[in-house]
Design a protein around this ligand. Structure first.
Ligand code: NAD
Ligand code: MG
Length: 415
């Protein structure tokens, strides 16, 4: 069995942690070509010492110099590069055959696309890349013979339940994405404008990075995932359903024409879908404890309340209208979540900012990468203005903004 050589984009994040845990469990199968991080030098240093990649990439030149010096002293021969172009270089390098795309947000788009253009096996966690560039991304994958495997637990579950059935094809009636409902599923609606970043990030079932945790609280995450599913599985919007399932045991389902419904079950631990995609079509030990049915009290299901989750409503509208506004949806959300996490915006204003941008931005289908990048940039300007208006409104209101948190590495960086 030949070893797979990995480039791990986003090696210091939550998906990065789970992926490297699996690499460490299976050194005979996986070696590391490149590890990338934005600013978390200490963690990247430790990762380089442990996994000895050929290349490491960080955001800034100064950080690259510092990391290079530390690695030299430690006797590690990793070459350190920096900047967005270096991310693309390690994603398309002949030194790797598999790229784990786990950068958060639009910052991961160009390197994910570079991996597709280079015909790599891509394990995609960076859903924002697919939301922004769905048609282009899928065309690029097909044109260059790349293999695209979803890491997102829902999409990985659907991939497993499709079991080779033609995506979006005859026999598949609908796909059902499950959602935990996040930490505010039962919070009184009138208390939502006071929630803090730390409360929003305290997900009841999953441990994840802060941006996706807030997206899970607002259910924008599920909205982005419906768009992700539309592209990954060539599924028309009316055949994609969202169901709240607070236990996060069923990770998603596929219903067939004969009314067979296949579900994938497991503990809420990303090592299961990542192990599946890394070893596919084989199966390997993921280190996850077995699912004990006798311990599961019950599995419940409910329809999502769109009044409680306006971000989900907005994303579903974008999906139904053909996804032309998905770049705006994503960029506005990234900017709003960043502002919320940094204490500049109330939780309930995240949806207001996104809606405001969707109303103001011209929405037309994006034919090229340049169109996508231009809309992303324009939307962030609009979102900045909308955030300022919202902050002015809340300054004159009685409820103060929370100032309790700082971001680990920053999200929503400009491309
Ligand atoms: P995280 O915040 O824990 O990690 C993000 C990673 O991206 C870090 O390594 C960081 O250095 C890097 N990064 C951030 N900004 C960057 C920039 N401007 N340039 C280059 N690198 C940058 O996030 P995460 O939870 O690991 O999520 C990563 C992606 O995977 C997201 O798109 C998320 O939606 C998706 N995802 C995560 C989970 C999960 O369980 N964490 C599940 C499904 C999908
Ligand atoms: Mg998911």
């Amino acid at each position: 069995m030949p070893t797979q050589r990995l480039t791990l984009l986003g090696a210091t994040g939550s998906i990065g942690d789970s992926t490297l845990d699996l690499v460490a469990r299976h050194p005979d199968r996986f070696t590391v070509h490149a590890l990338t991080a934005h600013r978390n030098l200490d963690k990247l240093f430790t990762r380089c010492v442990a996994f000895r990649p050929d290349v490491a990439v960080v955001g800034e030149a100064q950080d690259a110099m510092q990391l290079q010096a530390r690695l030299r002293v430690a006797g590690v021969r990793t070459e350190v590069m920096h900047g967005p172009q270096a991310l693309c270089e390690v994603a398309q390098s002949a030194g790797c055959d598999t790229v784990v795309a786990a950068i958060v947000g639009a910052a991961g788009l160009l390197s994910s696309l570079a991996a597709a253009r280079a015909g790599k096996k891509i394990l995609l966690a960076n859903k924002e890349a697919l939301v922004m560039s769905g048609a282009l991304f899928m065309r690029t994958v097909a044109a260059h013979g790349a293999t695209l495997l979803p890491l997102d637990s829902e999409h990985n579950a659907i991939f497993q339940c499709l079991a080779g059935a033609p995506a979006g094809g005859a026999g598949v009636e609908r796909i059902v994405l499950t959602a935990s409902g996040g930490p505010f599923l039962h919070r009184p609606l009138e208390a939502l404008d006071r929630v803090t970043p730390d409360e929003a990030c305290a997900h009841p079932t999953w441990r994840m990075g802060r941006k996706i945790s807030v997206d899970s609280a607002t259910m924008m995450n599920k909205g982005l995932e419906t768009i992700e599913a539309r592209w990954l599985f060539a599924m028309p919007p009316e055949r994609i359903e969202v169901v709240i399932h607070p236990q996060s045991v069923i990770h998603s389902m596929v219903a067939y024409a004969d009314q067979s419904v296949l579900a994938q079950l497991g503990r809420p631990d990303m090592r299961t879908p990542i192990a599946h995609a890394m070893a596919w079509p084989e199966r390997i030990d993921s280190g996850v404890a077995p699912l004990d049915f006798l311990q599961l009290a019950h599995l419940s299901f409910a329809a999502p309340e769109l009044k409680r989750f306006p971000c989900l409503r907005l994303a579903l509208e974008v999906l139904r209208e053909g996804c032309a506004a998905s770049v705006t949806l994503n960029a506005a959300n990234e900017a709003a979540v960043d502002a919320f996490l940094n204490g500049r915006l109330r939780y309930t204003d995240i949806a207001h900012v996104v809606e405001d941008c969707l109303q103001r931005a011209p929405s037309s289908a994006h034919e090229s990468l340049d169109d996508i990048l231009a809309t992303d940039t324009q939307t962030r300007v609009l979102a900045g203005q909308a955030i300022q208006r919202a902050a002015l409104r809340s300054a004159s209101a009685t409820v103060p903004l929370s100032l309790s948190t700082t971001l680990d590495e920053g999200i929503g960086a400009r491309l």
